[in-house]
Design a protein around this ligand. Structure first.
Ligand code: VGL
Ligand code: ZN
Length: 209
């Protein structure tokens, strides 16, 4: 049994004060730090949204568009976001309260300006893989707990891809270790994850007491 924790996009950009803030996004930091203590996990991996300044998911790249408008990217429907998590800016840095000492691997994503990458495993068009699935397979991971930001986008797509790409691995979503962009989207995301075979758990179940 090899247990891994996957921490999704706990970056300044998705926390209060960031460019695409998720309500109470910073509240997941103490949950992540507590879970990483005491060697509970054999492996801890983090993803990092890492966009070039001209990324096609940014409303700023679409004349006349506003952030959160529905637009198109490479012929596919795309939510247009405020510029966020631009490479080598403080917005893309991990939240300063995070304990990074246990993180064995950082998976960057979203570098191709022509396609968005919500999942830490592959681009939204499913063409390009990030390499994370191979990495976790090579480490012999049998249980994967997923948490972070944002529940209704990157966390959901990462958990669904884990089910799809890592057959036989038990995947759990840590609800109180995650926050979402849209409350209705969060409810739908949790249902979608559950229906796909993801267990919904609380950090208290894991920490005990
Ligand atoms: C995310 C929107 C755009 C996320 C990333 O981390 O959930 N959402 N880029
Ligand atoms: Zn992004």
């Amino acid at each position: 049994m090899t247990k891994a924790l996957l921490l999704i996009d706990i970056q300044n950009g998705f926390c209060p004060g960031g460019n695409l803030p998720v309500a109470d996004g910073d509240q997941v930091v103490p949950v992540a730090n507590a879970l990483m203590k005491d060697g509970r996990y054999d492996l801890v991996v983090a993803s990092q949204d890492w966009h070039p300044a001209n990324h096609g998911s940014f409303a700023s790249q679409h004349p006349g568009a506003k952030p959160f408008d529905m637009g198109e990217l490479s012929g596919k429907p795309q939510v247009l976001w405020p510029d966020h998590c631009v490479q080598n800016t403080s917005d893309a840095e991990f939240h300063p309260g995070r304990d990074l000492s246990a993180i064995a691997h950082v998976q960057k994503k979203g570098e191709n300006p022509a396609v968005d990458s919500y999942s830490a495993f592959r681009d939204n068009d499913r063409a390009a893989l990030t390499g994370l699935a191979d990495y976790l397979r090579q480490k012999g991971v049998t249980e994967l707990d997923v948490m972070g930001l944002a529940t209704d986008y990157c966390v959901k797509f990462s958990a669904l891809d884990a089910i799809d790409m890592l057959p036989g691995v038990k995947v759990r979503f840590i609800e109180d270790g995650s926050r979402g962009i849209d409350p209705q989207g969060v409810t739908a995301a949790i249902e979608e994850m559950r229906a796909a075979g993801v267990s919904i758990v609380s950090s208290k179940d894991i920490l005990g007491g």
